[in-house]
Design a protein around this ligand. Structure first.
Ligand SMILES: Nc1ncnc2c1ncn2[C@@H]1O[C@H](COP(=O)(O)OP(=O)(O)OP(=O)(O)O)[C@@H](O)[C@H]1O
Ligand SMILES: [Mg+2]
Length: 251
């Protein structure tokens, strides 16, 4: 049975999408079967995999509306299976609001295919709305990327409150796999300080290693690939490979 990991933080731009894309590629290098689900109407994960959301026949939006089965929208890109998104997904939020059992739609849709994979990653949008609640309800674990440069990790606390609500109401088995420090600058003390503070304040583990800030990571999506292909031996590629090993160890 595959392990489902929601990658979430309602703070924008903390490398959720980059982490899903790159961790998935690292696990495929390790011969794991991986599915990635774009659960963000911005559809960045879909773009980053070289697809134009406007050209797709069906996306996660159609799955959330019950129009098609999830297996009908999966596309294989560079060895990773992808459930794409598009801006239409913003409309599903409105549709779901009036539906009974609205938090369970994604989990139910994924049920039929989870056993085809070792890992399923869900790339959540930067919000704590109904789509993210669906991601957390469908997941076994949550991985929380955070930027270790600012002192504003209040977002992590709010997310942990939401995770507690999800445990109480829709998914009692949800576990926090850990946080991941992204865009890390090892030359400054601030980075190390924030890392320690996040772990201590919120009583969660920050998984090793921190992912260094690197222009190679930022360049890769424009080429429709992850940094693992774009700069195979870069320190950030090696860091994501080590993180993949750590995730495997803990799941
Ligand atoms: N290690 C890194 N070094 C440098 N740039 C990075 C790194 N990781 C991510 N980025 C860049 O930071 C930006 C934000 O990353 P990303 O889109 O993955 O964040 P996100 O949390 O998914 O954002 P959103 O909240 O909008 O969904 C992107 O331009 C990405 O290329
Ligand atoms: Mg994103």
């Amino acid at each position: 049975m595959g392990t489902v990991i929601a990658v979430a933080n309602q703070k924008g731009g903390v490398a959720k999408t980059t982490t899903v894309h790159t961790l998935a590629a690292a696990l495929v290098e390790r011969d794991r079967r991986v599915l990635i689900v774009d659960l963000d109407p911005q559809a960045c994960l879909t773009y980053e995999n070289g697809l134009d959301p406007d050209e797709l026949d069906a996306t996660i939006h159609d799955v959330m509306l019950g129009r098609v089965g999830v297996s009908e929208v999966i596309l294989n890109v560079n060895g990773v299976d992808l459930v794409p998104s598009s801006i239409d997904l913003a409309g599903s939020e409105i549709h779901l609001l009036t539906k009974t059992g609205r938090e369970f739609v994604l989990g139910r849709a994924l049920k039929s295919i989870i056993s085809d994979y070792d890992y399923v990653f869900i790339d959540c949008a930067p919000s704590l709305g109904i789509l993210t609640l669906n991601g957390l309800t469908a997941a076994d674990h949550v991985l929380i990327p955070f930027q270790a440069e600012t002192l504003s990790h209040r977002a992590v606390g709010q997310l942990l409150d939401t995770i507690n609500d999800v445990r109480a109401y829709t998914n009692e088995d949800l576990e926090v796999l850990g946080a991941v420090a992204t865009m890390f600058d090892r030359r400054t003390n601030l980075g190390k300080q924030v890392l320690a503070e996040v772990a201590e304040t919120h009583n969660i583990e920050v998984l090793p290693p921190p992912i260094p800030r690197s222009v190679k990571v930022a360049e890769a999506p424009g080429r429709g690939r992850s940094v693992l292909d774009h700069a195979r031996r870069s320190t950030s590629a090696q860091a994501y490979r080590a993180l993949a090993e750590e995730v495997e160890r803990r799941t």
